[in-house]
Structure formats: structure tokens, C-alpha cells
Design a protein around this ligand. Structure first.
Ligand SMILES: Nc1nc2c(c(=O)[nH]1)N[C@H]1C(S)=C(S)[C@@H](COP(=O)(O)OP(=O)(O)OC[C@H]3O[C@@H](n4cnc5c(N)ncnc54)[C@H](O)[C@@H]3O)O[C@H]1N2
Ligand code: MOO
Length: 342
């Protein structure tokens, strides 16, 4: 299979695995020598400068019970990758990366990914489930930790992956309605800041705002407008009036328009008052004023899932509590942070 030899004795033999170089001056981390490379006399000093005084070289003996790290990754990659995922054609340093083929919602089958990693020999790290990804983003990586593993292990991983563990769901919804509420905005006392905010957020997901209006804090007027908008849009947002003031009517109006509210509010801060409901398949959301102030709130956490057409349940909403408190960093890097990651 392979054996350890002094670099001086390795001349004329083929390398059993990729050899990595990390060179901070050149800002390089990558393959210096590929698996299968025929070692020459002039390579001895270079190998030593990479700290390799011994190397593993391939024997001619064909070990039928073992699988090389490159072959394990190549064999398992199609079992890992689901819809809208592509992966490296060739492993590098025994590893294959997985990428999104489209913008959309990343879905990871967490339990099965954990089951694979519990086998200890394979390593399958992924990004978090339910995050928005862009075309070309890396979403997962696979390699076995040792140079070789037993064939049975590959079979065991395949058994866990009876269907793929990673996919990207493209955004389905296309048109949005925005109803801005608030007497102060309706009466022109202050300028509306919600429409421009929602427009820039939704544009990121390819969503167009097709219908919009600014209404006073009047439950009946808001209810009537919700009913009209529900005939025209794929998703509806009603902003402001979401908390406990006497003129906060948004959630009441949503209910009176016949929308099934999943849960009033949620355990994410900021964005506690963000409320999700459904009218048939159309999501209807109350958006609290906190979204005007903070770069990331519950709105941003649920938005990609709603736009991918998911029906969010009350049980799932409760799961967001751990990690649901923003770190309120001076420089916000959401979504590349722990906020809202389940
Ligand atoms: N006792 C409690 N107080 C508060 C609670 C609570 O649960 N108990 N929740 C807090 C949370 S969380 C939020 S968020 C805020 C405000 O929620 P609302 O969505 O009801 O916001 P409004 O009262 O309508 O407005 C608050 C503030 O924001 C300005 N605003 C609203 N819409 C616009 C707009 N389109 N353009 C510009 N500015 C807007 C509004 O003028 C007010 O200044 O309640 C907490 N309190
Ligand atoms: O609903 Mo408030 O949005 O938590 O800050």
C-alpha cells in the first residue's frame, strides 16, 4: 500500500499523498507536491525545506481493503451533494469542497451530517443551515482524516447518505407588498424610512415591491388594505405598530384580515415583535420599527426562509432563542456571525 522512507531513499518512488506548503511571505497555502508525483533527486532539498525528512511512498501492492483519501472523497462527493450543489472535480490535499450553483437558502440535514462526523474518520464541516448563499459560495468540505480508510467506512457513509445531506433551495417568491403604518408618517410629520429599507433588503433576494401604501394607525383601514394586497402579492409586510402601545394595530389587523398567525412575536432580540402569519401560502409579516435602527433583526433571519417558500412553525421559532440575542458588535458583519444560527 504505502511505506515510510527517508527522502534520500524516496527518489524513483511515487508520493502516496499531496504535500502541503504554507508560506506566509508568499501568502500561499496549497499543494507543493501532488499524490503520485515521481520523486527526483533535485526534490530532496525542497522536501526538507518543507520539513519532510521522511515521506510516504506508494508500494506496488494493491491493497483491496483500503481506500485512499482522494478516492474516498471522489466516491462520496455525489452522495453528499444535493440539488443546486456542485463540487471540485479533483480533490486537493485529500479534500473536496462543495459550492452553491445558485442564489438561495442553504439547507443542511444536520442530524445526518452529525452521524457522518460521529464515525470520526470522515470530516464533513458545513456552513449553518437556513443561511442565504450566493452562486459560487463554498458551503461544505469533505475529507477523511487519515491517508487511508477501510472500504467498509465508505460503505457506512453511503448508507447514511441514502439521500443527499446538502442542498440549496432557490428563492420562489417574486412580488412583495409593503404597507407602512403610523399616523406620524401618514400625516407627513416624519419621512417614511421603511419603504427604502425594505426595497434594498428585498432587492438582494431578487424580489420586486409591486404594491405599497402608507396608512394611519386605524385597524379597519389597515385590515381592508391587507385584504386587497393579499389578492396581488406573493408576500406582504406591514411595518410599525407592532408592540404594546394603544395605537399599535398591526397584529390585530393581520388577524382580522383572516391571516393565520403562527405566533405573535418571537424569541429573537432585536426583532421580538416580528410576527409571521400565512394566508394560504402567502406569508404576511408584521415588521417592528427596530428594523429601521439595527442592521440585523428577526426580519433578516426569517426572510430567506420565507422567500424560499418555507412554512415556519411555532416550534421552530422557539429554537431560535439560543443564539437569538444579537452581540451588538460595533461593526456588524451579519450574516457571518452567530446571531440567529440554530
Ligand atoms: N413595554 C413594551 N415596550 C416596547 C415593546 C414591548 O414589547 N413592550 N417592544 C419594543 C420593541 S421590540 C419595538 S421594536 C418598539 C417599536 O415597535 P413598533 O413596531 O410598534 O414601532 P412604532 O411604535 O410604530 O414606532 C416606533 C418608532 O419608530 C418610528 N417609525 C415607525 N415607522 C417608521 C417609518 N416608516 N419611518 C420612519 N420612522 C418610523 C416611529 O416614528 C417611532 O419613533 O417598541 C418597543 N417597546
Ligand atoms: O420587536 Mo423589537 O423589534 O425587538 O426591537
Amino acid at each position: 500500500m504505502f511505506r515510510k522512507v527517508k527522502v534520500e531513499d524516496a527518489v524513483g518512488f511515487r508520493l502516496a499523498h499531496d504535500i502541503t506548503e504554507v508560506n506566509l511571505e508568499k501568502k500561499f497555502k496549497g499543494v507543493a507536491f501532488k499524490r503520485g508525483y515521481l520523486i527526483k533527486k533535485e526534490d530532496i532539498e525542497r522536501l526538507k525545506s518543507l520539513g519532510k525528512y521522511y515521506v510516504f511512498v506508494l508500494d506496488e501492492i494493491n491493497a483491496t481493503d483500503f481506500v485512499h483519501e482522494d478516492d474516498a472523497a471522489t466516491e462520496l462527493a455525489p452522495y453528499i451533494a444535493g440539488e443546486n450543489i456542485f463540487y471540485d472535480e479533483q480533490p486537493s490535499e485529500g479534500k473536496i469542497n462543495f459550492y452553491a450553483t445558485t442564489h438561495g437558502l442553504l439547507k443542511i440535514d444536520k442530524q445526518r451530517v452529525i452521524s457522518i462526523n460521529k464515525l470520526k474518520i470522515p470530516s464533513l464541516p458545513t456552513k449553518h443551515s437556513n443561511i442565504p448563499v450566493k452562486k459560487g459560495d463554498t458551503v461544505a468540505a469533505f475529507r477523511i482524516i487519515p491517508l487511508y480508510c477501510e472500504k467498509e467506512l465508505v460503505a457506512e457513509v453511503k448508507k447514511i447518505l441514502s439521500s443527499p445531506a446538502i442542498k440549496v433551495v432557490p428563492y420562489k417568491l417574486k412580488s412583495a407588498g409593503i404597507i407602512v403604518t403610523g399616523n406620524e408618517i401618514y400625516n407627513g410629520k416624519i419621512k417614511d424610512k421603511f419603504y427604502p429599507l425594505m426595497e434594498s433588503k428585498l432587492k438582494e433576494y431578487g424580489l420586486k415591491i409591486t404594491d405599497t401604501s402608507i396608512l394611519p394607525d386605524d385597524k379597519e383601514i389597515i385590515t381592508a388594505e391587507i385584504k386587497i394586497f393579499l389578492k396581488k402579492v406573493d408576500i406582504l409586510f406591514i411595518t410599525g405598530g407592532t408592540s404594546v402601545d394603544p395605537d399599535d394595530n398591526t397584529k390585530l389587523a393581520i388577524k382580522e384580515a383572516g391571516v393565520n398567525i403562527v405566533q405573535e412575536g418571537n424569541p429573537i432580540q432585536p426583532g421580538n415583535n416580528f410576527t409571521i402569519g400565512y394566508f394560504d401560502d402567502i406569508p404576511v409579516c408584521a415588521v417592528p420599527a427596530a428594523a429601521l435602527y439595527y442592521r440585523a433583526t428577526a426580519l433578516d433571519i426569517f426572510l430567506p426562509r420565507l422567500l424560499a417558500g418555507e412554512q415556519i412553525t411555532a416550534d421552530e421559532i422557539a429554537e431560535y432563542s439560543v443564539g437569538g440575542l444579537c452581540h451588538f458588535c460595533k461593526v456588524c458583519v451579519f450574516p457571518v456571525c452567530p446571531f440567529g444560527k440554530v
